[in-house]
Ligand binder design. Structure first.
Ligand SMILES: Nc1ncnc2c1ncn2[C@@H]1O[C@H](COP(=O)(O)OP(=O)(O)OP(=O)(O)O)[C@@H](O)[C@H]1O
Ligand SMILES: [Mg+2]
Length: 511
């Protein structure tokens, strides 16, 4: 083992008697990027948390630069120049970007805070990473992708020598993700930082990796270094079978000329939307595409009663449908899978099964009492459709990130709504289970539901949508693209045309 490295040897870890890491060896070295892959619940985040001092372990060793170390906390780790950016971000949303950058290490002279210097440092940092954000901007006003970028650059700024990134690109557009990973790689080489990156988007990262490891059920099943890393081998190791066999071909659906649209949106305006026009016909899946900030998520939030409509109309089955709140939207038969599961997704302490049936508990009440068994059996049957792994009767917060996402998707199915809005439905979901989720979404459309899908992954939209509406700068014209023969490039071209905002050029309408 090279002396200059950070490694674990023979790591074992169990939660409540269930072993999730089985004698794992893993290593990162300065100047190299190590891709860590595996299915949902494989143990990737647990491994990273242990290496970053955030989680204990049962046996094995952490070896920093040739010597065994004990890390009792993330602070301990940071003092050894080890840092981790988690799937769920740690930024304090009420504080400004500058305050977050300097949290716990404010610059001061004789007790007086050097506000100007801290702001100037933050401005340089933002500029260096090409982020059009003001140092005084409050984190809560930033979009999720922006926050993700901020958290990464904060850790780079804290002189981390060993940096772990847990799904840093999940909510980023493909190009932004590529830029970010290229940036991480450049910094790794220039500043001699050892980086480990967890992601489910294998293609986007492999070009930037020097080493690759795949975990399956807490066991290392694949390990290779450049030039011997083979994408197909990595994917097969993650899925446990050939992905081609698992993939279901998609033939776009075309509504018949006589059918009436179920959803009609006419010149819809809100604080951030400048005229959205679209129609969704029974049986079809409408994809929404656009750059970050183009208004896709804002549109979904508006239909779900989270933002006020200032002009225009929304008609569902011919009836005006202006929900005043999410509970009003649910009553009107609207379901919304949010892109930020922690913020407005679930109740962390509640069991996975109860979280699934939460919006429709009344369905399982018998004489004012909840029929627990019936509710749980139903929730289990929903979750089994896309292999949700983990302790389903335990709190949802103990599930791995991707399995939490599957549980929330399960809730959407359970809700059995007529208008289904899915914002990044496979965020953090492994490549095997993605196909199962696509199939369930297609099933909803076949059942006549009105399905709208937002995804930053062009490949995903092309695989699942029948037609694609493109948002630009808060507006969406009624003309759509047929998904059938469309290419990723054509889709991107459309998003950039019509004076479409480049990411960050109009911060007031971030997604
Ligand atoms: N605090 C906890 N309590 C109980 N079980 C846990 C806890 N944290 C993780 N687990 C379990 O450990 C296993 C591994 O989870 P981990 O989060 O490491 O998976 P992952 O590979 O990161 O998955 P994903 O791709 O979905 O993020 C899962 O079965 C999960 O339910
Ligand atoms: Mg994880």
């Amino acid at each position: 083992m090279p002396v200059d490295s950070y490694a674990v040897r023979g790591l074992e870890k169990s939660f409540s008697g269930v072993r999730v890491l089985h004698g794992v060896d893993f290593e990162i070295s300065p100047g190299r990027v190590h891709g860590l892959f595996g299915h949902n619940g494989a143990g990737k985040s647990t491994l990273l948390r242990i290496m970053a001092g955030a989680c204990g372990y049962d046996s094995g060793e952490l070896i920093l630069n040739g010597r065994a170390v004990v890390l009792n906390s993330p602070r301990d780790a940071l003092s050894s120049q080890i840092a981790c950016v988690y799937q769920e971000l740690r930024l304090i949303s009420q504080l400004s970007v500058t305050q977050n950058v300097f949290l716990g290490r404010e610059l001061s002279v004789h007790g007086i805070r050097m506000e100007r210097e801290m702001r100037a440092h933050t401005a340089r940092l933002l500029e260096e990473h090409d982020l059009p954000i003001l140092p005084d901007a409050l984190v809560r006003d930033l979009s999720h992708p922006q926050r993700q970028m901020i958290e990464i650059i904060i850790n780079l700024d804290r002189n981390a020598r060993y940096l772990f990134l847990d799904e840093p690109t999940t909510a980023l557009e493909v190009r932004r993700a590529e830029e970010l990973l290229a940036g991480v790689r450049r910094i790794a080489v220039e500043k001699q930082i050892g980086v480990a990156v967890v992601t489910h988007k294998v293609s986007e990262i492999l070009d930037h990796c020097d080493d690759a490891t795949v975990l399956t059920g807490g066991v290392v099943v694949y390990r290779a270094s450049t030039p011997r890393i083979d994408k197909n081998e990595v994917v097969d190791a993650i899925v446990g079978k050939k992905l081609e066999e698992a993939r279901i071909p998609h033939t776009p659906f075309s509504a018949s000329a006589e059918s009436n649209p179920r959803l009609v949106v006419k010149n819809l305006r809100t604080k951030g939307l400048r005229g959205v026009n679209l129609k969704v016909y029974p049986g079809e899946i409408l994809g929404l595409y656009g750059l970050v900030g183009s208004g896709r998520s804002r549109f979904c939030r508006t239909l779900y009663g989270m933002e006020k409509i200032t002009a225009g109309d929304v008609l569902f089955d011919g009836v005006s449908c202006h929900a005043s709140s999410p509970s009003d939207a649910i009553k009107r038969g609207v379901a919304y899978l949010t892109e930020e599961r922690k913020k407005d997704g679930f109740i962390p302490q509640m069991s996975v099964l109860k979280n699934v049936v939460l919006p429709m508990l009344s369905r399982f009440r018998r004489f004012f009492l909840l029929d627990d068994r019936e509710a749980d059996t139903y929730a289990r049957s929903v979750l089994s459709r896309f292999g949700t792994q983990g302790q389903l009767s335990g709190p949802i917060q103990s599930l791995s990130g991707g399995n939490q996402q599957k549980a929330l998707f399960g809730r959407i199915i359970a809700q059995n709504a007529e208008l289904v809005l899915l914002d990044e439905p496979t965020k953090g979901v492994d490549i095997g289970a993605k196909q199962d989720i696509y199939e369930v979404i297609r099933g909803m459309a076949r059942d006549g539901k009105c399905v709208v899908v937002v995804s930053t992954e062009e490949e995903e939209l092309l695989q699942i949508a029948d037609r694609i509406a493109v948002f630009n700068n808060g507006a969406c014209p009624e003309e759509t693209l047929q998904a059938g023969n469309l290419t990723v490039e054509q889709l991107r071209m459309r998003a950039l045309s019509d004076g479409g905002a480049r990411p960050g050029s109009s911060p007031e309408i971030w997604k």
